[in-house]
Ligand binder design. Structure first.
Ligand code: PSV
Ligand code: MN
Length: 397
């Protein structure tokens, strides 16, 4: 054990360097009011505008040092002057990150967006994708992060093969809208809002579509978008090997979607997932780590800080795995020996390491306590009030 309580095989400088390179994007939509389809409980001080969402993201980054960018959802976060928004973000110490087209909230999209049977609706969806490409250019974003609500509710409602054609065409439009160095992240989801079929239901479909679309099309894994019991780490290992993993939407869930603090319910799963990334080596640095959570009853800022630090903790633990010992146990067929190597890393207390990392970066040793002591929550509650909207989600559907 070294002075930080870490095992002797660990190179502490390399560890600090890896943590320096680890950045998690937070979502603008996590700072506004949001809820379930049953009720949106207004949160005192919830951000009302994208400018305030950027302020909140900057607060989370100031406290954690690990959340330097904020994702935008268009049109929820549409502004007239993206250069001004970009300047505002940079003045606050963050960047504008992935652009998320919203192809699910217009009345026209009742039967889908790019897969809609009506060519006029598809044309409208294509135009939105192109407009999002323009937003990328104006904001300096390199990621177009696409999730579709497209699907059907009943057998026979639409021709599935025809929808696949339309899907491919729409993805091509999105790809062509990218700036030169841009990437298209294709996000899948098992079900919801459609209940018979979803046009992009799983990683396999997203992977096949990425292959057909182009080199810079990758799969985005949202942890809440799988059937219960799915081994997400296995999917991650496969996509890494194929060099088609684009990134993550981190969250935790027990049942359906994705709105709990990542790592709150499934810390070992999160750690295991990061071990696959660490094992894959250098390319893993290219991945887009993003949080996709919009909390219904929690303190929004505290939940976001908790989420960022939980990811950092899981990643730090994954970096501690004694890979040599693991490889030896695997080669020897030592089933439980291999597991012991993993659990030794998982059970190591990385809090001293992270405290030191934060202090080196001028951040508080304990971000949540610092947030609670900062007065930021009370200040924004006072300035912004309660129930002023700004979430993007429909209120009290
Ligand atoms: C859909 O459930 C999703 O995960 C997509 O990423 C959306 O863009 C996001 O949630 C916001 O609602
Ligand atoms: Mn998502």
């Amino acid at each position: 054990m070294n002075e930080l309580g870490l095992p002797d095989h660990v190179d502490t400088d390399a560890l600090q360097g890896a943590l320096d390179a680890f950045a998690i994007e937070t979502p603008s939509w996590g700072y506004g009011d949001s809820g379930t389809r049953f009720k949106t409980f207004p949160w005192p001080g919830a951000a009302r505008t994208v400018w305030e969402k950027v302020d909140d993201a900057a607060h989370v980054h100031a406290l954690t040092g690990a959340a330097p960018s904020v994702a935008l959802h268009i049109p929820w976060d549409r502004v007239d002057d993206y250069a001004a928004l970009r300047a505002h973000a940079e003045a606050e110490g963050v960047r504008l990150g992935a652009i998320n087209p919203n192809l699910f909230q217009d009345d026209d999209y009742r039967l889908g967006s790019i897969c809609n049977p009506d060519p006029e609706v598809r044309t409208k969806a294509h135009a939105h994708l192109r407009a999002c490409g323009d937003v990328m250019r104006a904001t300096g974003s390199r990621l177009l992060s696409l999730w579709l609500a497209d699907g059907t509710n009943y057998a026979g409602q639409d021709d599935l093969a025809a929808r696949m054609e339309r899907l491919e065409e729409g993805l091509r439009v999105a790809y062509e809208a990218l700036p030169g160095d841009g990437q298209l992240l294709i996000e899948y989801k098992l079900f919801e809002p459609a209940f018979y079929h979803t046009d992009l239901p799983d990683w396999g479909t997203a992977f096949a579509m990425a292959l057909r679309t182009g080199e810079r099309a990758r799969v985005l894994v949202d942890m809440g978008h799988h059937a219960l019991g799915t081994n997400v780490s296995h999917i991650v290992a496969f996509l890494l090997r194929e060099r088609r993993l684009g990134g993550f939407h981190f969250n935790a869930r027990r049942y359906a979607d994705d709105d709990l603090v990542v790592g709150s319910d499934n810390p070992f799963e999160l750690f295991d997932l990061f071990t696959k990334i660490v094992a894959a080596g250098g390319d893993a640095r290219e991945l887009a780590y993003m949080i996709d959570q919009s909390h219904a009853i929690e303190d929004k800022l505290e939940a976001m800080i908790d989420s960022v630090t939980n990811c950092q903790t899981a990643y730090a633990k994954a970096l501690l795995v004694d890979r040599g010992a693991l490889a030896r146990a695997q080669a020897a067929g030592d089933v439980l020996g291999a597991r012991r190597v993993l659990t030794a890393a998982f059970e190591t207390d990385v809090r001293p390491l992270l405290r030191i990392w934060r202090e080196r970066h001028g951040r508080p040793a304990d971000p949540i306590t610092a947030h609670r002591d900062s007065g930021y929550g009370a200040r924004v509650a006072n300035e912004r009030g309660v129930g002023s909207g700004g979430g993007g989600y429909p209120t009290n559907a």
